[in-house]
Design a protein around this ligand. Sequence first.
Ligand code: PAF
Length: 289
Amino acid sequence: MQTVTTLPNLRQAVDELRGSALKRDTIALVPTMGALHEGHLTLVREAAKRADHVAVSIFVNPRQFGPNEDLDAYPRQMAEDSAKLEAEGVALLWAPDMEAMYPAGYATNISVSGVSTGLCGADRPGHFDGVATVVCKLFNQVRPDMALFGEKDWQQLAVIRRMSRDLDLTLPHVDAIYGVPIVRDPDGLAMSSRNAYLSPEHRAAAATLPRAMDEAIARIRDGQEAAPTLAMLEDQLLGAGFASVDYAELRDADSIALLDGETSTDLDNARLFVAARIGGTRLIDNKPV
Ligand code: PAF
């Protein structure tokens, strides 16, 4: 695996991977912020099935963290991450430093409306601008044929798809922005780099989140009203030791529009989205209804 930290070296490494113009090998990009877990490695394995070479980026992007969020505490473990990627047969690790990503004088922001509104967009102002901006830059830097993202950050995926269409960032491969299903621990908790913040007690209680979501979905499918069912889900989380629930909402999976669940067609393309805080850690999850 080649690790590059500057744009000229990245361009050269990508050209080398592409090989001859006649054959032109394909490259799949897996953008990450490091602290890699099985969820990320699943993205890498899916990428390897789809392209000749896999490139992974690791960059803890300050523009997607709010002023009171965990930018400083965010786990950074480059040596460990690098060993994991090497073992997966990744060809290229793009690990830009701050100067390579946002050089002095950097002044451009990408803001995607619509799908960025509500859910994490409401709780984390500016977060999706930061994500859209860095992902647009990563696409322009690596120029991959396709890119893979985890469905745990479902709204992020919707934002990236919208941005790519709107800015004509069409990657060469058909349906080039792949969403990969959430990877879960055996007790159902969605894998996340932030799970590392949880104490053993909070980690055990956190498994209530996917369980309570499954129960709420079963009730809604059974015809129970959405609003009291979601209120019950919130109570269940608070009762299990969660400090607060940022949201528990039904939304259209594509447009991210809020659904009240009052008509049966509301549920055709609905997903349940939850964000809740436990012991200072904010967990998010989503499941189809
Ligand atoms: O999902 C993430 O890890 C980040 O939001 C991403 C897509 C790498 C952009 O920084």
